[in-house]
Design a protein around this ligand. Structure first.
Ligand SMILES: *[C@@H]1O[C@H](CO)[C@@H](O)[C@H](O)[C@H]1NC(C)=O
Length: 275
């Protein structure tokens, strides 16, 4: 497909997206680029080869993506616009990807001023290492694993501000998982301490990305089926303020602490958030 026909497809699907927002389920095989609001969640999807990848908005915060053999690059997901440092529970119910391609599940978003594309990568099945050759900037221990922190740069690439040169921030979980509670603030804070600040947050999604191979994913964002405590209907989790309880035998409330505090064990029955 040449550039002009790509652009025409893009313009046609942008117009179709506004109409499809009214639909509960809008399977969109052949779509190259869409975004909008569905059940109150921001969603966005784009694919190099729209015929090979199908993004479907499901009820509430859920979505699914199927990609066929040798699909080009795609990214899609649901989340919020703007994003925030509040924690997210994400539950891909099914994540099946062939080993010949690259696919990942991440919290993906943007900031402006500075312009940054960031990813907290929860699982990465990769034929090609996306951070090959990059220098480790640091690590952060969060939600049961160490994450490696990397920084890279894109020159004259597509961004939320049009074609620009911008930084990419990465936290890549060492022990991959397909679902769980992601304390986003831990990553934002860790990045800031190694000279990787974010500016004003743009959109933020629980993303599935892929390139090549084939696969399918269905993602729930929120408390289904048995999410973490104190689940808000938005899929965000309200973290505990300083001095509040965040753990202990029999405790069923939130286990994350607000920014600049951590959950400290007092005894078997009581942990609390301390600065
Ligand atoms: C990026 O864009 C600038 C401004 O148009 C141009 O001067 C520069 O050569 C481009 N760099 C690359 C690597 O394409």
């Amino acid at each position: 497909m040449n550039f002009l026909s790509c652009l025409l497809v893009f313009l046609a699907t942008a117009a179709a997206a506004a109409v499809s927002d009214l639909l509960k389920h809008d399977a969109r095989s052949g779509t190259a680029s869409i975004s909008g609001t569905n059940f109150g969640y921001y969603y966005t999807f784009s694919a190099e080869d729209g015929d090979a990848v199908t993004y479907t908005n499901l009820d509430d915060s859920d979505y699914s993506i199927q990609w066929k053999e040798n699909s080009g690059y795609f990214i899609g997901g649901k989340g919020w616009n703007p994003g925030s440092a509040e924690s997210v529970f994400s539950t891909p119910q099914v994540f099946i990807a062939s080993p010949d391609g690259t696919s990942s599940s991440s919290i993906y978003g943007w900031s402006t001023d500075p312009l940054v594309e960031y990813r907290i990568v929860e699982s990465l099945a990769s034929a090609i290492d996306p951070v090959l050759g990059l220098t480790l900037q640091g690590t952060v221990n969060s939600d049961g694993s160490v994450y490696n922190i990397y920084k890279s740069q894109r020159v004259n690439a597509t961004s939320i501000m049009g074609t620009s040169t911008f930084s990419q921030y990465w936290s890549i979980r060492q022990s991959a998982r397909t679902n769980g509670f992601v304390t986003i603030a831990n990553h934002f804070n860790a990045w800031a301490t190694v000279g990787m600040p974010l500016g004003e947050l743009g959109y933020q999604i629980v993303a599935t990305e892929g390139h090549g191979g084939s696969g399918s994913v269905e993602v729930y964002i929120g408390s289904k089926p048995a999410g973490p405590p104190t689940q808000l209907t938005s899929g965000r989790v309200q973290c505990v303020a300083e001095y509040g309880q965040c753990g202990g035998q029999g405790y069923t409330g939130a286990t994350c602490c607000v920014t600049d505090t951590t959950c400290v064990v007092s005894n078997q029955f009581f942990s609390h958030c301390m600065a």
